[in-house]
Design a protein around this ligand. Sequence first.
Ligand code: ADP
Ligand code: MG
Length: 397
Amino acid sequence: MNYNKKTVKDVEVSGKKVLLRCDFNVPQDKETGAITSDKRIVAALPTIQYLLEQGAAVIACSHLGKPKNGPDPKLSLAPVAKRLGELLEKDVIMASDVVGEDAKAKAAALKSGEIMLLENTRFEKGETKNDPELAKTMASLADIYVSDAFGAVHRAHASTAGVADYLPAVSGFLIQKELDFLGGAIANPKRPLVAILGGAKVSSKIGVINNLLEIADTIIIGGGMSYTFSAAQGGKVGDSLLEADWLDYSKEMIAKAAEKGVKFLLPVDTVCGDGFAPNAKSQVVKAGEIPDGWQGLDIGPETVKLYCAAVADAGTVIWNGPMGVFEFSAFAKGTEAMAEALSNTSAITVIGGGDSAAAVEQLGYAGKMSHISTGGGASLEFLEGKELPGVACLLDA
Ligand code: ADP
Ligand code: MG
């Protein structure tokens, strides 16, 4: 996949109507519907402000939640329009539908420097089916399509990909940054490229391990998935997370790494607990020697030393998946030590995956990374080397 895409800066937007796909899928209070974090709205501001300053008329759109049967007042984007208006210090005109009479009339009347927001794109059944009729009608509201919803680019929906069949399509600044860092790390990394892979399960990271084995110089394994690798090599893993169906796969990956000359590092020790709980009793044991009744919840101190040394002279580090159960402070040390090691390297450091991003933020290292991807699922599919419909549909630079 080509990651080098045209951006808003490569097209003339002045005096044009721009359909801007944002990721306004904000978390809301279940009872009151109040927006509990406006991070995603704030993140969209640079592209919106640029378009407005250039004299475009901005028709923003997004999905919110998962409405099942058409319009659902609880999942209206009206609260987002209000918050966006406060942040922009400007009126945001709210349409009461996506491509109905109201949206069409308001889009037609929208002037240069003004912004409106369409209703939740998933109020239209055709959205998730990538219905060409819906895409065509959405496209008819505007002259140019700008996508800035990285969190949704792995989905081929009418508003994330389909519209690009009918309009010139470019990226906004958020997607551009994701492509620069994630795309750069994968397609043209400064070497050595070290991939740190962890998280709960091997089965959810098969594609990632497979793909990174093709491009990385070193792969570091931590987290719950490491116990399946350990068991595959005959280790005792006690009550640790173990995916018996993936033992053969784990062996194959170790063999593939050897064949390709990729350094493949597995934990040499582990911090285990006598239960899965924040206050579990803990002890450090050698990898593969976890007693019955105990489970591995973090990488051990010797592993931390080994892994920190492995990233010290990296050119690029891609990190997906925490090294342990970082949500429990007693088992967060491995993840924290890796975050600290990354903050001390001169490597380009790219964090992908929802929980990995949360871990780095929670532990206070967010500002020290080159890039933390904003799209959990999208960043995983990126690391799997999959074609992302919402990126592939944009014009090549
Ligand atoms: P990401 O969202 O970054 O892709 P994952 O969803 O794969 O990451 O994994 C994150 C989860 O893995 C965390 O909730 C963490 O608690 C869990 N985890 C890490 N190590 C272990 C372990 N040893 N045992 C059980 N769960 C673990
Ligand atoms: Mg996750």
